[in-house]
Ligand binder design. Structure first.
Ligand SMILES: Cc1cc2nc3c(=O)[nH]c(=O)nc-3n(C[C@H](O)[C@H](O)[C@H](O)COP(=O)(O)OP(=O)(O)OC[C@H]3O[C@@H](n4cnc5c(N)ncnc54)[C@H](O)[C@@H]3O)c2cc1C
Length: 504
């Protein structure tokens, strides 16, 4: 059985034409949060922490979580977007506090380093790569390289290690997470003006395994490959995470069968009884120092008006341009890479057993990013069916064009594309697959093309409007990861409360 689903893009597209019914009821609130992804949920948590309970969160989908959501079949939960959180930087105390609150951190050791719950850290075997016709441990191509190729890989990682600890004259790390903590060092920022591929060439790297590995990493974090991603972003992938939260599990990540939907579930409690799901905000206007939001209730097919003192737009800019006037001019510089996820139920995953099925399984030279084994973290490992989620990002020079093409394709096309790609490592994949759920995200994630991260458009889009409407979404970072969304939510509330205190 093959199914095709996706985010509610058809409802979202109604924003272009706005044929919604006029509001027939009215509500009042101090804070209106638009968008129930991690950024919006984190803002709700921060309001609650500050003792503020008068807020409403509005979400277009029938569930909260945004890109950190999940599906479930009879064998396992599985991610419908984000699936892991690398161990946070030790200086990211807010994130450490959250992980401690949610018992993901279970204590601190003698060196005052956090101790993570073993059941939420990836179980071994962690990663494997199908390279030169067999599986090997890790995702870096290792076995079967020439000496020159090995030397290049070594030289590259040495350079990344240096970037990881390097600081600018302002005392800040050149690359940090959240991104806004990074140094303003101009030489480093100039890396945002070239692509990662250009950086590769300028540094005299030539080897194919290294090129492929970097290309995979860029697609994994940004959707876009080495040819299109800013070199600053590409290096940030390796250097932003300091790997200093534990002494022994440097490269480990936190993950769950449902991926980061687990983190969304933790955050969801702060919006309990305050979230309007299946509600689409379609218009926002300022009148007499108040914001009037028009919202379509997709269940009842009626509209409601919410009058708020402050609004937090935890929605991407490609959406905001249709809700608030005068935002189109900088939104054109925001590029979003589409993604496809396919969750397969398979009766068997036979391979040549050179390295066992792992949490993350990458196929060298394939079009996609491989697959995650969704039951990997399950204590009940002996199951007769295996559930895997395949990831594919639509990298290319013209993402708008690619998106248009995607919406035209039928489920059968995607099914064959997934099988063709997995067949490289699993020749019998089609015959052993019993079910496939294809999930398409037309605007998957913001992609940091050269010039975007430190460019004017992102700066302009981040500015509040008359200290009434504020913006908080990962696309305002330029890279889309949990930490950015989490901090956007916290920072926007802190900023509003700070400015309100100063003004009163
Ligand atoms: C395929 C994929 C894989 C990823 N993998 C990882 C990963 O492994 N680890 C990681 O850290 N990050 C990953 N990410 C990045 C992920 O996007 C972020 O971690 C985070 O979930 C983004 O949260 P957000 O709140 O900023 O945005 P979103 O998740 O985009 O949330 C925005 C919300 O606003 C809602 N909305 C939009 N328009 C309206 C409207 N008009 N009215 C009301 N509501 C509206 C949307 O439905 C959505 O729920 C991945 C992303 C994708 C697409």
């Amino acid at each position: 059985m093959i199914r095709l689903s996706g985010t509610k893009h058809l409802l979202g597209h109604k924003l272009w034409i706005k044929d919604f019914p006029e509001p027939t009821s009215q509500k009042r609130t101090s804070f209106l949060i638009v968008g129930g992804g991690i950024s919006g949920l984190s803002a709700a948590r921060q309001l609650t922490k500050k003792g503020i309970s008068d807020f409403i969160l509005v979400e277009l989908e029938s569930h909260l979580g945004g890109n950190s959501s999940n599906g479930e079949n009879q064998y396992s939960k599985y991610p419908l977007g984000a699936h892991y959180l690398p161990l946070p930087n030790f200086h990211d105390k807010e994130l450490l506090n959250f992980l401690e609150e949610e018992k993901i951190i279970v204590g601190y050791d003698a060196n005052k380093l956090p101790v993570f719950d073993e059941l939420q850290l990836t179980f071994a075997p962690n990663e494997r790569l199908f390279y030169k016709n067999s599986w090997q441990e890790g995702v870096v191509p290792k076995e079967g390289n020439t000496i020159e190729q090995d030397l290049e890989l070594k030289a590259f990682f040495k350079q990344m290690d240096a970037f990881r600890i390097a600081k600018g004259k302002d005392g800040k790390f050149l690359f940090d997470i959240p991104l806004y903590l990074s140094s303003a060092d101009q030489n480093t920022r100039n890396l945002d003006k070239i692509t990662m591929k250009e950086w590769f060439g300028k540094n005299n790297f030539k080897s194919e395994p290294l090129y492929n590995y970097i290309d995979y990493c860029c697609k994994d974090d940004f959707g876009l490959g080495i040819e299109y991603v800013s070199a600053w972003a590409g290096i940030h992938y390796f250097a932003g995470r300091k790997q200093d939260a534990t002494s022994d599990k440097k490269d480990s990540v936190l993950t769950w069968p449902e991926g980061n939907a687990r983190l969304a579930t933790h955050l969801r409690k702060y919006s309990k009884d305050k979230a309007l799901k299946n509600h689409l905000v379609y218009d926002l206007k300022i009148k007499d120092k108040k914001i009037i939001a028009k919202i379509f209730d997709n269940s009842k097919k009626t509209s409601v008006e919410i009058i708020a003192d402050k609004v937090i737009m935890a929605t991407p800019q490609f959406v905001n341009q249709y809700i608030i006037k005068n935002r189109k001019q900088f939104t054109t510089d925001f590029h979003y890479t589409p993604w496809l996820l396919a969750t397969l139920v398979v009766s068997d995953l036979s391979d040549n057993f050179s390295f066992p099925l792992s949490w993350d399984n990458v196929i060298y030279g394939s079009k996609g990013l491989g697959y995650v084994y969704d039951q990997h973290q399950s204590l009940n490992q002996i199951q007769n069916k295996k559930v895997i989620t395949y990831y594919y990002s639509f990298s290319g020079p013209d993402l708008k064009k690619i998106r248009k093409e995607i919406y035209k394709k039928k489920t059968e096309y995607w099914k064959q594309m997934v099988f063709d790609d997995l067949r490289i490592a699993h020749p019998d994949i089609e015959s052993v697959t019993e079910e496939m759920n294809v999930f398409v995200l037309g605007h998957g994630m913001i992609s940091p093309v050269p010039g975007f991260i430190f460019g004017e458009s992102k700066k302009q889009a981040s500015k509040n409007i008359e200290k009434l409407v504020y913006f908080a979404h990962t696309d305002l970072s330029g890279i889309s990861v949990f930490e950015e969304a989490f901090h956007h939510g916290i920072n926007v509330i802190n900023q509003i409360l700070h400015e309100t205190a100063l003004d009163s």
